[in-house]
Design a protein. Structure first.
Lengths: 251, 247
């Protein structure tokens, strides 16, 4: 069944979206949700590299049973509007882990939009997003956390950091917490900064050329998003995909 | 090896170096002493090419090349090492990764083959041993969580690995206890005391010069070299202070 109408920027979850690109995607794409049910005690890990020269929308509805685990690790390096939506519902004692990187220049917007529902007690979630942009590129993280009235001992964390390599780039972080239980831990943090010039000079003084210094610093910066991914080969693949986007930039 | 002629430099709009002239030939360890605010660190940073330091006049010739025509990383590849007064922390980058990138970048620019991982680790272990530093520390992130003394020792390990022809050491002795001072001093001697190398050793105190015996000592004051002498000049400064020596 189609929702038949496109969202507008008045919708909180579409506030920083590229609405022209959304119109090009059309309502059919908006209705395409992948549904994943993780049974009690089971665990699922998804690693994805998304983004191309055309708009992309990747939407997931994930439901976790008691004690289940789901982990998503995504490199979003779209050359056009590229959005990953994650709607997560956690049963008792379940855990959701998300590590995301948006990286790119041009004028494209890349975004992660998550809604994590702690529906039952003792569930945990941890989200780490890093954004690296240049040109007039944009990276967004809209993260909503809902904690139901009886979902005591919820532990939810969100961490967003953006690194803007040129003056025209931008980043938006919108943490939204809706907490109806009283015994919960919810942490969120967001920072936007530039490349550490002292570190860059220190590296150059040792002989590292400026492009390599930048790559090393960006690599260190985005590495946080994938530290909880145990599979080293997958981790390298996601990092390489992000860094190759930077190398193409020739800043 | 390094010839500084009538060097003028500013930070912001403020002139700091005002006609500094100094020649350091190969084989020489040359100590620079001077009161606070004299321009010692500015001299080190100008030689290293730190952004924010503007050269407004004069010249520096390093091994036959115009130093100011080179970017900081090109100066390093040409054989210049700047030992930082305050070494920078780089979270997320290990010493091993950083130094291997640095050494191989320098080697590539000199048309030398890069070292393999194994070759590099052997070299790093050797130089860390010289400074009595544990290899585990080199596997940690660059200067992150290091004490002041550990950072200075790590600087000298870096110098050992990169093996420069010329080192500018900016208050490498600050923050060191007596034992660490001996280790760092011995490291400087082992790495840099050679007929084809030279050192510009910026320090406030005689105690480092008891270990690293300078061939010459110059006093930097008011942005210029006001006096140059032998090691005895440092001893006179220690005993009598700047006022009497410069008077």
């Amino acid at each position: 069944m189609s929702t038949a109408t496109l969202p507008t920027r008045r919708d909180e979850a579409w506030r920083y979206a590229d609405m022209d690109a959304v119109a090009r995607l059309g309502v059919v794409a908006l209705d395409q949700w992948q549904t994943i049910n993780v049974a009690a005690g089971e665990s699922v890990t998804r690693c994805m590299i998304v983004g191309s020269d055309a708009p992309e929308l990747h939407r997931f509805r994930v439901s976790l049973g008691e004690g289940a685990k789901a982990a998503f690790f995504v490199t979003n390096r779209g050359g056009d509007y590229t959005r990953v939506d994650l709607e997560i519902r956690l049963a008792k004692g379940a855990h959701f882990e998300f590590g995301g990187v948006t990286i790119g220049g041009g004028s494209a917007t890349r975004e992660f939009v998550t809604q994590v529902i702690h529906a039952e007690p003792d569930a945990t979630s941890n989200q780490t997003v890093r954004a690296v942009h240049w040109g007039t590129g944009t990276g967004n993280f809209l993260g909503e956390i809902k904690v139901a009235r009886h979902a005591q001992k919820t532990d939810a964390a969100q961490d967003f950091k953006a690194l803007l390599l040129e003056a025209g780039a931008s980043a938006n972080a919108v943490p939204q917490l809706e907490i109806f239980a009283d015994d919960v831990k919810c942490a969120h943090g967001a920072t936007v900064g530039e490349l550490d010039e002292a570190a860059r000079f220190y590296m150059m003084a040792r002989g590292v050329d400026p492009a390599t210094a930048q790559r090393l610093l960006v690599q260190a910066f985005i590495g946080d998003a994938f530290v909880s991914l145990d599979d080293e080969a997958e981790r390298e693949t996601l990092l390489d995909a992000a860094l190759s986007a930077l190398e193409g930039a020739r800043l | 090896m390094l010839t500084i002629t009538d060097l003028h430099a500013s930070v912001g709009d403020k002139p700091i170096l005002k006609g500094l002239t100094l020649d350091v030939p190969a084989g020489e360890i040359h100590a620079i002493m001077g009161p606070n605010g004299a321009g010692k660190s500015t001299l080190a940073n100008v030689l290293g090419g730190k952004p924010g330091y503007e050269v407004t006049g004069g010249s520096v010739v390093f091994r036959g090349q115009d130093l100011f025509a080179l970017e900081p990383h090109e100066r390093a590849a040409a054989g210049l090492f700047l030992g930082f007064q305050y070494p920078v922390e780089i979270p997320g980058v290990s010493n091993v990764q950083f130094l291997r990138e640095a050494l191989n970048a320098q080697r590539r620019s000199r048309d030398e083959a890069p070292l393999t991982g194994g070759e590099f680790l052997k070299l790093a272990k050797d130089k860390a041993g010289l400074l009595k530093m544990d290899m585990d520390m080199l596997k940690r992130q660059v200067n992150v969580g290091f004490s002041g003394g550990e950072k200075k020792r790590a600087e000298m390990v870096q110098m050992g690995i990169l093996d420069p022809a010329f080192a500018v050491l900016d208050e490498t002795d600050s923050g060191l206890d007596i034992d660490a001072l001996r280790i760092v001093g011995a490291g400087i001697n082992a790495i840099m005391r050679s007929p084809d190398k030279a050192v510009l050793l910026i320090t406030h105190y005689q105690r480092l010069l008891d270990v690293v015996r300078p061939d010459k000592v110059s006093i930097l004051a008011g942005g210029r070299i006001v006096e140059t002498g032998g090691p005895e000049l440092a001893l006179r400064l220690e005993a009598e202070g700047y006022d009497s020596v410069m008077a």
